[in-house]
Ligand binder design. Structure first.
Ligand code: HEM
Length: 439
């Protein structure tokens, strides 16, 4: 666990106040006044999607966008796609034009912020032309074709992990399987030594709440401390690769930097850190959510046993119904129009990925788990547009190999009492998933 720095800076206190305390207070107040965006925020504080469902249904009655006090929120599949693909819907958040003093305060407060997934120059909050430049450097490694070459190795890793489980005892599949499969694969792609993998997993888990809004002061400080530890480790790791390059993506990035591709140290660490953390912090949830859904639907498992060609589609159906990333946000960088709705410059927009995935205009009987669903792939769990998940092909492949190998080996596995959802709000999955492998 990361050590909290003994004296938090005033800047950190301002970052927390503007980024967490204030939005939390305002959204809770708005919720009490009936604002659906506020109610959505409150409902996402529960780990159970059931708390969110009635709010999603109400949001849907407002058409393409619900205009809340602080944001326009969409649960409409076409509108979410259009929003995420809109050139004037930017992924970076600022206080907007109106708030000159707050803007200056925020800029001042960010001066000693640690690098994180939502701080520039992270791909997630960068826009063209920089975004295009960073993405080009890493995208080749994650193309569908490149990922297919990793399938056999992923299968080996899955088999080794499953072999190591003791079928006589209940096991927690999150710590023994769901988390280890993706971290091993991405660590091999990036050249992270085996000895560092547990450390990297711990950094990732501790930093995962950095995507959430409304953290307590304590949580916020712990997250910032973990991000700093992660960045320090990454800096050392990149130095090692500079001295001793290997056949891996990070060595390629380091040499690209040295070969005159203009990539600053912060850009290099940010891109490398995001790819590494995104490479396991989300897929662990896909695997856990998939195990839980399949364990609860013996009819669907039976279908997959009969028709293994359905596994790829089953993974998309899991992603659709229980998405590992709940929502994403954008800010209008100009007055814009999405699906006929006018949105003014500076407005915040929230795309509820989970809502778009349950849009009845696209998915018949949307809350039903159906591995044969023909358009399961039309979900937006990997986002859309220029920020479309770089690791989508890898995640799909890992999901397919991971779930299929587990259920083929242990077709009757049963989830036991004691399953616990993670406390993160944007990233959704299981913290513990105890199962009996051979009941
Ligand atoms: C089931 C697993 C995964 C899910 C559900 C997921 C979901 C997402 C989503 C929703 C976004 C875009 C957010 C936005 O538009 O604001 C995204 C971006 C990204 N993902 Fe994934 N992801 C997964 C796995 C992975 C893996 C395995 C990698 C490893 C390479 C990865 C790397 C990235 C990167 C680098 C971005 C930033 C892309 C950009 O901004 O251009 N993801 N992911």
């Amino acid at each position: 666990m990361a050590q909290l720095s003994p004296v938090p800076t005033t800047r950190a206190a301002v970052r927390w106040s503007l980024g967490h305390a204030l939005p939390r207070t305002l959204l809770r107040r708005a919720a009490r006044q009936g604002d659906l965006h506020g109610r959505m925020f409150v409902a996402t504080q529960s780990a159970d999607l059931a708390a969110l469902e009635p709010v999603l249904d109400e949001l849907r009655t407002h058409g393409a966008f619900y205009r809340g006090k602080f944001a326009a929120v969409s649960v409409d599949n076409a509108a979410v796609r259009a929003l995420l693909s809109h050139p004037d819907a930017g992924s970076a958040f600022g206080p907007g034009d109106a708030a000159g003093r707050i803007a200056r305060l925020q800029e001042w407060a960010m001066a000693d912020a640690p690098l994180g997934p939502l701080t520039p120059p992270s791909l997630l909050v960068t826009e063209p032309p920089d975004h295009t430049r960073y993405r080009k450097l890493v995208s080749r490694v994650f193309s569908v074709r490149a990922v297919e070459r990793l399938r056999a190795r992923t299968q080996e890793i899955a088999d080794e992990l499953l072999e190591a489980l003791d079928p006589a005892d209940p096991v927690d599949l999150v710590s023994t399987y769901c988390s280890l499969l993706p971290v091993t694969v991405i660590a091999e792609i990036l050249g992270v030594p085996e000895a560092d993998r547990q450390k990297v997993l711990r950094f990732g888990a501790a930093a995962a709440p950095s995507l959430d809004l409304g953290l307590s002061w304590r949580e916020f400080r712990r997250v910032e401390a973990s991000l700093r530890d992660f960045d320090e480790w990454l800096g050392q790791h990149l130095d090692n690769l500079r001295r001793e390059p290997g056949d891996n993506l990070l060595s390629q990035l380091v040499s690209a930097q040295e070969d005159g591709v203009h990539l600053t140290d912060a850009e290099l660490r940010s891109t490398a850190g995001l790819v590494l953390a995104a490479g396991f912090e989300t897929t662990v949830n896909l695997l856990g959510n998939g195990i839980s859904l399949l364990a609860g639907h013996p009819d669907q498992r039976a279908l997959l046993a009969e028709r293994p060609d359905l596994w790829a589609n089953a993974v998309d159906e899991v992603l659709r119904l229980d998405p590992p990333v709940l929502l994403t946000g954008r800010m209008a960088t100009a007055d814009l129009e999405v699906e006929g709705v006018s949105i003014p410059r500076g407005a915040v927009m929230v795309g509820m990925l989970v809502g778009a995935n349950r849009d009845p205009a696209v998915f018949a009987d949307p809350t039903r788990f159906d591995v044969t669903r023909e358009n399961a792939r039309d979900h937006v769990s990997f986002s859309a547009g220029r920020h479309y998940c770089l690791g989508a092909a890898l995640a799909r492949m890992e999901g397919e190999v991971g779930l299929r190998s587990l259920f083929e080996r242990f077709p009757d596995l049963r989830v036991e009492r004691g399953a616990v959802r993670r406390s993160t709000r944007i990233l959704r999955g299981y913290e513990h998933l105890p199962v009996t492998l051979r009941p």
